[in-house]
Design a protein around this ligand. Structure first.
Ligand code: FAD
Length: 324
C-alpha cells in the first residue's frame, strides 16, 4: 500500500512531528511505501493564485476553477502542484498530520487543499463523493495535536465538539473526494502532559497505524442519497427513549454493549445526534436523532440495541426544514 503523509508543523522536534515520523516508521516496518510531504520543509506555497498554473485561459479575470479545468486539459499545473496532485492520485491512503490552529488546520495545509484539490483533475463533473478521486477505496486519517484537553471539545465544553470542528476536513476534503474518513487520532495537549503520557500516545498511534487498512471508516451519506443535489432521500426520526422498568443488575451489565452499538450506529451514519438525562433520574429519557430509509429500517436499527427489550421507543418522523 502507498500512503501519503501530508505533514504541517514548522518544528521538526515537536510532538506533532514525532507522531508523523512514528506513523511513517510503523508503515514502512509493515512493508508499505510512504510518500512524505513535509510542507514546511518543502517550503510549500499556500497562496492560491496564477502561480498555480503554467497555462492561462483568461488573463483578464482569474477564476480559479476555470483555470484548473484548462490546466487539466492542457497539462498546465505548476510543478509544485503537479507533484502533489500525482502523490494524491497514486496513494491508497492519506494522513493529514497537523496541530489544531484556530479550531482548524494551519494555513499551509489549508493552502495545500486549496491548490492541490483542483477542479477537473481532482474533482468536479461526476467526480464527487463516492465517485470522487478516492472511489470509496482510498482512506484517510487525521493525526492531530491540540492545546486544549478533550473536555473542552466534547460538546459540553467551552469549545464546539471536535467532531464538528473536523467536519470541513472529514466531510469537506476527504469524503467530498470519495476518500473514506477514519476516526481521527488526537493527541490531546501534548505540551501539558508527562513524557510517559506522550509515550502512550505514540503506542496508541502504533495500534491505529497497524489497523489502517482494516478499520471501519466513518460512514457519511453518499451523493446517491440526494437526487439532483436536493434534500436527503432518507427520512429523519426523533426517538425519545424511556425505561419500561427500573434498572436492575442485568440492565447494568448490558450498558457497555449498548454504548458500543450506539458508537457503531453513529459511525454508520444512522445516529445523527444523541443526548440523555442523568442515568439516576427516575424520569430518565434519551433523545436520538436518526436517519433511516423507512420506519422498518429504523426499528431494525433500534432492535440492535442490547437494552431494547427494557426500553420504550417513542418515534416521530421529522419533516425537513431549512437550517435555522
Ligand atoms: P510541542 O510543544 O512541540 O510538544 C510537546 C512536548 O512533546 C515537548 O516538550 C516536546 O519536546 C515533546 N516531544 C517531542 N517529541 C517527542 C517524542 N518523540 N516523545 C515524547 N515527547 C516528545 N490549541 C487548541 O486546542 N485549539 C486551537 O484552536 C489552537 N489554536 C492555535 C493557533 C496557533 C496559531 C497556535 C500556534 C497554537 C494553537 N493551539 C490551539 C495550540 C496547539 O494546537 C498546540 O500548541 C499544539 O497542537 C501542541 O502540539 P506540538 O506538537 O506543537 O507540541
Amino acid at each position: 500500500m502507498k500512503v501519503l503523509i501530508v505533514h504541517a508543523h514548522h518544528e521538526p522536534n515537536s510532538f506533532c512531528s514525532a507522531l508523523s515520523q512514528h506513523a511513517k516508521a510503523e508503515l514502512e516496518k509493515n512493508g508499505h511505501t510512504v510518500i512524505f510531504s513535509d510542507l514546511y520543509a518543502l517550503k510549500f506555497d499556500p497562496v492560491s493564485d496564477r502561480r498555480n498554473f503554467t497555462t492561462t485561459k483568461d488573463s483578464n479575470y482569474l477564476k480559479q476553477q476555470q483555470e484548473e479545468m484548462n490546466a487539466t486539459a492542457n497539462n498546465g499545473f505548476a510543478p509544485d502542484l503537479e507533484s502533489e496532485i500525482q502523490k494524491l492520485e497514486q496513494c491508497d491512503a492519506v494522513l493529514f498530520s497537523f496541530p489544531l490552529w484556530w479550531f482548524g488546520m494551519p494555513a499551509i495545509l489549508k493552502g495545500w487543499c486549496d491548490r492541490v484539490l483542483a477542479m477537473g483533475r481532482v474533482y468536479g463533473g461526476a467526480k464527487l463523493y463516492e465517485n470522487g478521486i478516492g472511489q470509496s477505496k482510498k482512506r484517510a486519517m487525521i493525526i492531530m495535536t491540540t492545546g486544549g484537553g478533550p473536555g473542552a471539545y466534547d460538546g459540553w465544553g467551552m469549545n464546539p465538539a471536535m467532531q464538528n470542528l473536523l467536519q470541513p476536513i472529514q466531510h469537506g476534503v476527504f469524503w467530498f473526494n470519495g476518500i473514506l474518513p477514519l476516526e481521527p487520532f488526537i493527541a490531546w495537549s501534548p505540551a501539558r502532559i508527562s513524557a510517559e503520557e506522550r509515550e502512550q500516545f505514540l503506542s496508541q498511534l502504533t495500534v491505529r497505524i497497524n489497523s489502517l487498512l482494516e478499520e471501519q471508516p466513518i460512514k457519511l451519506p453518499p451523493l446517491a442519497d440526494f437526487p439532483n443535489f436536493g434534500s436527503d432521500s432518507k427520512s429523519r426520526y426523533q426517538v425519545v427513549i424511556s425505561r419500561k422498568s427500573p434498572v436492575d443488575e442485568k440492565y447494568k451489565s448490558l450498558i457497555p454493549a449498548e454504548s458500543q452499538v450506539m458508537k457503531e450506529l453513529k459511525r454508520e451514519g444512522l445516529l445523527l445526534d444523541f443526548d440523555m438525562s442523568d442515568s439516576d433520574d427516575p424520569e430518565w429519557r434519551a433523545f436520538l436523532k436518526m436517519r433511516a430509509s423507512d420506519d422498518g429500517e429504523l426499528k431494525k436499527q433500534l432492535d440492535r440495541l442490547p437494552l431494547a427489550p427494557y426500553l420504550h421507543f417513542d418515534i416521530t418522523k421529522i419533516k425537513p426544514v431549512p437550517a435555522l
